[in-house]
Ligand binder design. Sequence first.
Ligand code: FE
Ligand code: CA
Length: 441
Amino acid sequence: AVEVQWEIAADEGFRTILQSGKALATPQLGHSVHVEVNGLNPETWYWYRFHCGDATSRTGRTRTMPISTALPSQLRFAFASCQHYETGLYTAYEHMAKEPLDLVLHLGDYIYEYAGIDERVRKHAGKEIVSLEDYRTRYAQYRLDTHLQTMHSLCPWAVVWDDHEFDNNCAGDVSEEANVSRDDYLLRRANAYQAYYESMPLRRSALPTGPDMILYRTIDFGRLARFEMLDTRQYRTDQPNGDGLKPLEGDVLNPNATLLGQQQERWLMAELLRSRASWNVLAQQIMMARVDRDPAQEARFSMDQWAGYDVARKRLLSFLETRRVPNPVVLTGDIHSNWANDLKVDFDSEQSPVVAAEFVGTSISSGGNGTQSPKGQAEMLAQNPFVKFQNAERGYVSCTVTPKEWKSDYQVVEYVDKPGAPLINRASFVVEAGQRGLQKA
Ligand code: FE
Ligand code: CA
């Protein structure tokens, strides 16, 4: 165990140190420290650093949230997902670092579990990760990226995982591979979750217990926005009818199929009813719009997304509608493409009202160099009129939120296989408070 000193200052040069203390970095937690500091002022920038032995860390900057009763005039944040280290550079973060942001949300696939593959932009160290040591090494490798380091040092991050922090398309305690025992699978999950806790800016309340870790939580930005950070992987029932693209039949319509699990779903509904926020944000992983992904033939939907759990999807959207949750906005990652969707309870009915807006953000690097118009895009848009925009370039989404208006800017780069791609604002969409439906800005 090693003693680490921490300092919080009111200025970048540490002329006014406001608080300091000692924390013990233990080998049991990979020599990570998670310092929780109380007594700071709301809506204020602070700088922090660590000393250990004769070493001093680089300086980080963070910002406290407004008090719960305040109505701030504006929030600026970005959301990101899917940063496969091998398939591209983090040019998107290099650009994000130049935006004046209060907060970054990461919606999952912070790492990928796969073995290193030759002749890619970069290479994972080692084989597919399974042990605690493997997962720790993978986070360490990703964190060596200087653009990622810089973005972490500029403002607070709120993180939730998707599947690749553990295993591709994982669902509850069921392995994607048929030959893995439940015990081995949960042991691997314990390793994955512990390394995630160690590496991420999370509080003690998220400390895992074996293969379980409570990651879902509420983050209030005063009364302007309430973020419900959701975990759609740990508690879900297995993908119905297997994975992949399937029609809406059989177990897709099983009323017991769940993405959030009963406990998280009840918690979410209670938090939404208690909310006094202008904007109620579900920050989560998988697409909620029920998009027909195979418009050329009979309708088929992704079984790994909300479409594969249609009763749960309808229950949540009906709840938002009937309980009049103010200005619901869904933020999504996972599928390495940008989408702007109007969400409805019944996507088959023209009369069914728009209930919420969904902004799906593309990957930082996963998938490599992208494209503006993936194959079949025109047919997909014609078949799914509630989809207002789609694009499969790399990047992130930058949001400007005021009490009156939500604006999402789709920020993209045209390539990630070499450095220096300029930032392009490919599209912007607006939601007016109290109004239904997306408008192109
Ligand atoms: Fe991904
Ligand atoms: Ca994913």
